[in-house]
Structures are given as structure tokens and as C-alpha cells.
Design a protein around this ligand. Structure first.
Ligand code: HEM
Length: 407
């Protein structure tokens, strides 16, 4: 594969990813890039190609499915990197994000009943209640941090409610969940504790089902009588925590900043609150907190987007670049909450193909409630101090770490 021409951690990217992607899209459909500590990767830049890369069966998420592949499995790598006990091999081997083909289809078939539109919509009243409580607490203080005191507890509690964590256990479980994204935390210990808790919950729900994700997963099988194993359920919980909590935590402040930067769009929504559900689509396009799809490995020598790709090469789709591709979104840098797209012109903030996000509907519902409660039902939310940012993530801007606000 060609030598990388740019690293996704170069300031060119982290200072202005949208501008950098615009230049790369013009340059080529596939661009060789450097990744911190890894081999060179083909960055897929254009909307059509990013969607195809995530749906092309010749590209897999597990490099062990590349014929002739040698070297440690993804599970072995993660266990060594995080110093996890051997039992985690089972959970990593069943990780929905990291498996392909028939095994992935089997898992999706068995977990989808826990994510139906009906189940997600049923969470709405509880999400409204949690959001209102958090805003009341902030309003009483007059000021606080929007991430620490609103979006993180909101999305963390919603994930707990979805899974079926008992209310009394939620503060402890949320602490373990937060440790996932905390560089100073003892991640291995928190993960072990979380897994121990989930195993206990599985046993309790087998004995006495409730109306939650674990109960659906322990009860439902497919037509052939297949059921998820305990390890597969534990693995799904870990994926949901990993994917569902922090992404939505960061989408909410990103969307608020987007509307602060576009006061005409904010005014439009305040004048016509019923337009908010439609606006969420545009806000997810421009305020998406996940810049890159996971890596895909070529299982054969092939041509992709007109470029020769060798067996074993790694490709990654830039979701952010695709979402700003002017061939699909005219004037992509403009946030237009009334934007109407033709069929098939979809943003890819939630991916595409077999690994399309299972929590997309839940993320929309949470985001909509947050924006409704914070910006539409009230008009006094203000930034109250300096925003702080985490270290930049590869291929994207720096995620917010602190968002001081006054209500
Ligand atoms: C704004 C919020 C969110 C964003 C931007 C987001 C984005 C994504 C993306 C891009 C993927 C596909 C990655 C790839 O193919 O490489 C994905 C997969 C996934 N997401 Fe989300 N997500 C969000 C919220 C959630 C929530 C709330 C949940 C669960 C409640 C969730 C659960 C999952 C799961 C389980 C997968 C793996 C699906 C599979 O591999 O079959 N996500 N998400």
C-alpha cells in the first residue's frame, strides 16, 4: 500500500476536519493515511464510497476472516492491551461490532427484538422525566456543567434503564460505565465489576422477567430455537455501553453549539417546535460525534472506487467527510434544519450496511428531548465560561470535555 500522505492526528485535521476532508475528497476517493501506532490505512472520503465500504461483503471487520491472515486476533490484542482476564476472550469473540457474516447475522437476528421502534418509543416518558429532573437540579443551582450534570447522566441513566439495571444500582453501574472513557480509571477492574453485575442480572431476569433488554434477550429465540448464550448477552451489554453512552453524551452538546452558531436556525425551531423531529436529522449530520467507521479489511485483491486494493489492506470510512460531501448535501457547511433530502440521500452518522447502529432511534429520541427541554421550552441557556476539550480524536475535532452553562 502507498506511503501515508497525512496523519489523522495532524493539526490540519484536528483544527479543521471539515476543510481537510473537503481537500481530500477532491484529491482522491481513497487516500493513504497514517494512524497512531498502526499500519497505513486507506481513508475513504466520498459519500457513495463510504456507504459502499460499510456494505461490501469483500470487506470484513475481523482481520482473521482475511484468508491467510496471521497474527493475534482482535480479542488477544484487546486482552493484552487492557490486561483483562481470559474470560473476556468470549465476550470479545461475540462482540457485534467485530464479527462478520453468518455469525453477525445470527447475533443481529437475536438482539434486534430488544431494539424495536416500539420498545425505543416506550422509553420516551422516562427519558423526559430524567431530563426534567436533571434540568431542575441545574436550574436550582443556576449554573453547572452541561456534560457532567446533564448529558452524561441522562444518556448513562437511559442506557441503564434500557438494559434493565435496577434504579438503586444505577449510580454504581454508571460509575463503571464512565470509567470506560476515563484514562485515569482502572478500566480492567471496572469492566470485571460490570460483567459480574450483568451476569447476576441475567440470572435474576431468567427467574423473573421484567420489561427490559436483558429480559427480552434471555427469553427470545429465533424460529430454529437458537438463543443467545450468557457470554453473548454480556458482550452485547458491553457494546451498548461502549457505543450508546458516550456518543450520545457528546452529540447533545455538539448539537447545542451548532444551534448557538446558527441563531437563525434556533429561531426557526423556537417559532415552530413541531419541526424539531425533522431537524434532528440535519443536526445529526453536522454535529455527529463519531468521525470514523471502524476498520474494514480487504479479503481479496480488488478494485475499490476505481483504486487497486490488496488483500489484507485496511480501509476506514470517514463518516464526517461523507456527511459533508456536496454531491449529496448541497452547501454542506450550512446547517439547514429544514433540509429535505431525496430518498437514498442519507447521512451516515450511524454507519450503513450490516453494522448499522442498533441505537439510532434511541439516540434521536434522547437528542430531541434534550434540545426540546434545554433550548425550546426555555430560552435562557447560556455558555458561562470557557469550553474545554479532550485530546483530539483521530480524524475529527476535539470532543468537548466541559461545557459550563447558566440557566
Ligand atoms: C449519537 C449517537 C450515536 C452515534 C453517532 C452512533 C454511531 C454508530 C456507528 C457509526 C456505528 C457503526 C460503526 C461501524 O460500522 O464501524 C454504530 C454501531 C452500533 N451502535 Fe451506535 N451510535 C450512537 C448511539 C447508539 C446508542 C444509543 C446505542 C445503544 C443503545 C448504540 C448501539 C450500537 C450498536 C450495538 C452498534 C453495533 C451494531 C453492529 O455492529 O451490528 N449506538 N453506532
Amino acid at each position: 500500500m502507498a506511503e501515508p500522505i497525512i496523519s489523522l492526528l495532524d493539526p490540519e485535521f484536528t483544527d479543521d476536519p471539515i476543510g481537510a476532508y473537503a481537500r481530500l475528497r477532491e484529491m482522491a476517493p481513497l487516500v493513504p493515511i497514517g494512524f497512531p501506532g498502526g499500519p497505513p490505512v486507506w481513508l475513504v472520503t466520498r459519500h457513495e464510497d463510504v456507504s459502499s465500504a460499510m456494505s461490501d461483503p469483500r470487506l470484513v471487520v475481523d482481520h482473521q476472516n482475511v484468508p491467510g491472515h496471521q497474527g493475534p486476533s482482535l480479542a488477544d490484542q484487546a486482552i493484552a492491551a487492557l490486561d483483562l482476564p481470559d474470560e473476556f476472550r468470549e465476550y470479545l469473540a461475540a462482540n457485534l461490532m467485530l464479527v462478520d457474516g453468518q455469525y453477525h447475522s445470527r447475533l443481529r437476528r437475536l438482539v434486534t427484538p430488544a431494539f424495536t421502534a416500539r420498545r425505543m418509543k416506550a422509553l420516551r416518558p422516562r427519558i423526559e422525566e430524567i431530563s426534567a429532573q436533571l434540568i431542575d437540579a441545574l436550574a436550582q443551582k443556576g449554573s453547572g456543567d452541561l456534560i457532567e450534570e446533564y448529558s452524561s447522566p441522562l444518556t448513562g441513566t437511559v442506557i441503564c434503564e434500557l438494559i434493565g439495571v435496577d434504579e438503586a444500582d444505577q449510580p454504581q453501574v454508571r460509575k463503571w460505565m464512565n470509567d470506560y472513557a476515563n484514562a485515569d480509571a482502572d478500566i480492567a477492574t471496572s469492566l470485571r465489576s460490570l460483567v459480574g453485575y450483568v451476569k447476576g442480572l441475567i440470572q435474576r431476569r431468567r427467574a423473573e422477567p421484567a420489561d427490559d433488554m436483558i429480559s427480552v434477550l434471555v427469553q427470545k429465540g429465533d424460529e430454529e430455537g437458537n438463543r443467545l448464550t450468557e457470554a453473548e448477552i454480556v458482550s452485547l451489554v458491553l457494546v451498548v455501553v461502549n457505543n450508546g453512552h458516550h456518543s450520545t453524551t457528546h452529540f447533545i452538546p455538539n448539537a447545542i453549539l451548532t444551534l448557538f452558531d446558527n441563531p437563525d436556525q434556533m429561531a426557526l425551531l423556537r417559532a415552530k417546535p413541531e419541526a424539531l423531529p425533522h431537524a434532528m436529522y440535519e443536526l445529526m449530520r453536522v454535529a455527529n460525534p463519531v468521525p470514523l467507521a471502524g476498520p474494514r479489511y480487504a479479503t481479496e485483491d480488488m478494485e475499490f472506487a476505481g483504486v487497486p486494493v490488496c488483500k489484507g489492506d485496511v480501509l476506514t470510512g470517514s463518516l464526517q467527510s461523507a456527511n459533508y460531501d456536496p454531491s449529496v448535501f448541497p452547501e454542506p457547511e450550512r446547517c439547514d434544519v429544514g433540509r429535505v433530502l431525496k430518498r437514498k440521500e442519507t447521512h451516515v452518522a450511524f454507519g450503513a450496511g450490516p453494522h448499522y447502529c442498533l441505537g439510532a432511534m434511541l439516540a434521536y429520541i434522547e437528542g430531541e428531548i434534550a434540545l426540546d427541554h434545554l433550548l425550546i421550552q426555555r430560552d435562557g441557556l447560556q455558555i458561562d465560561g470557557r469550553l474545554s476539550y479532550h485530546e483530539p480524536v483521530a480524524g475529527g475535532a476535539r470532543p468537548l470535555s466541559a461545557f459550563p452553562v447558566r440557566l
